[in-house]
Design a protein. Structure first.
Length: 383
């Protein structure tokens, strides 16, 4: 079937073909960062495709960006190592000062700078962001930061991070989400001066960490936009994040379906191909149909994003459907491979673990359902 942005897809697939399964297996085993892969994607300009041309990017839309992310995953690579480089800058682009944009965006475009870490989640507050405890206290021309973040991914491979911290207590504003602010922290200056990063070994190789702030002093000019409006700014960036991650899930689903189809066409049991059994064929066919349906929702959300429409519902539904499609395809692919699905060399178990993440992060399935129930259908708020 002809796909949109075939030229971009071909170029991404060509680049990814240089990073085969064994490259990712080794990185996964060592929990090492795929530096070479990220550098190649950056140099080819793919990670700056959403940055406007006036700041050195290629000024493309979400539709093209989803083609990049989908193709990375469909090639068996893992865009989780760098996907945030595409969308984290959106907060600065939309809400940052001209000075912040000039300081950051051309550097991201050229590959000199990385902004691919954001610290929102804390040990005691994941889903309920309003309960974050990290504080930023204004002291003259500076802010003093104290607190802790967890699951801060890619920070060890980033020059800047976006940090969400409380500048006013939770009960001081009209709503619990008021009183939080976003800061652009220069990691190079902060590390060792109040910022400590500790790697967090996890089920997937995601360069994720725990981050500690002990009297970290940052210039007041690090504040993005207005004080107290940080939660709104983070929310504004979520549609882009959800759409791009949906595209990654579609790519994963395609990879699992291709892998299962090829295996079912090769593996003989009882002297015939396993793919001849409808018990093997039907799950593959169903996953294909579900992946195609989810892909249409991703396209729709991306098109709405590009035309400036409010795409909150579509971005959330795309994330839900695509994450479900990829997880179901992962399970089907493992089952199709029988015992060999567990063997590292087939890459199925690695991709299986990697795609499981998207049922939980960056937003869990339950919270998307709750958003649809409350904001689309008008059902009562449940929490
Ligand atoms: C590998 C990895 C990388 C990550 N990277 C980042 C990152 O770079 N930056 C960052 O800030 N965060 C990151 N996260 C954190 C991620 O966004 C959170 O894990 C996610 O938001 C869920 O929060 P939690 O883990 O605290 O779960 P909790 O909030 O403790 O929720 C636990 C479970 O309860 C469910 N639940 C909670 N409330 C309700 C309710 N009202 N109704 C129904 N169900 C409910 C949730 O859906 C979830 O299944 C990452 C996480 C992982 C695992």
């Amino acid at each position: 079937m002809k796909q949109r942005h075939q030229d971009i897809r071909d170029a991404v697939a060509q680049l990814c073909s240089q990073y085969p399964g064994e490259y990712w297996r080794e990185k996964d085993r060592e929990q090492a960062y795929p530096t070479e892969f990220v550098r190649a994607l950056t140099e080819a300009g793919f990670l700056s495709c959403l940055i406007p041309e006036e700041y050195g990017g290629s000024g493309l839309g979400m539709s093209e960006a989803t083609a990049v992310m989908e193709e990375i995953q469909a090639s068996g690579c893992n865009g989780g190592a760098c996907h945030a480089q595409m969308y984290t800058m959106g907060t600065v682009l939309r809400h940052g000062s001209e000075e912040q944009k000039r300081m950051l965006l051309p550097g991201i475009s050229s590959g000199e700078l990385r902004l691919q870490a954001f610290g929102v989640t804390e040990p005691t507050s994941g889903t309920d962001t309003s309960r974050i405890r990290t504080t930023a206290t204004r002291e003259g021309d500076t802010y003093r930061i104290n607190g802790q973040k967890v699951w801060t991914s890619r920070i060890a491979h980033s020059d800047f991070m976006l940090l969400l911290a409380r500048t006013a207590p939770r009960d001081a504003g009209e709503k619990p989400h008021h009183g939080m602010s976003v800061f652009l922290v220069d990691i190079r200056e902060a590390q060792g001066n109040g910022l400590t990063i500790k790697p967090l070994r996890a089920m997937v190789n995601h360069a994720t960490t725990e981050v500690f702030f002990d009297d970290l002093i940052i210039p007041a000019s690090s504040l993005v936009g207005e004080e107290g409006k940080g939660f709104r700014y983070i929310l504004d960036g979520m549609n882009a994040e959800r759409i791009l991650i949906s595209a990654e899930c579609i790519g994963d689903a395609r990879w699992f379906i291709d892998k299962a189809t090829n295996y079912a066409n090769e593996r003989k049991v009882f002297d015939r191909l396993i793919g001849q059994n409808q018990g093997i064929q039907f799950p593959i066919a169903r996953c294909y149909a579900e992946m195609q349906a989810a892909a249409l929702m991703v396209e729709r959300a991306a098109d709405m994003f590009d035309s400036g429409e409010n795409c909150g519902a579509e971005a959330n539904m795309a994330k839900l459907l695509a994450a479900d499609a990829s997880w179901k395809a992962a399970d089907m692919c493992l089952q199709t491979h029988g015992g060999f699905g567990f063997a590292e060399e087939y890459d199925v178990e690695r991709k299986f673990r990697e795609t499981r993440l998207y049922q939980i992060a960056p937003i869990s399935t339950n919270l998307i359902l709750s958003f649809i129930a409350e904001h689309v259908l008008g059902l009562p708020r449940s929490f």
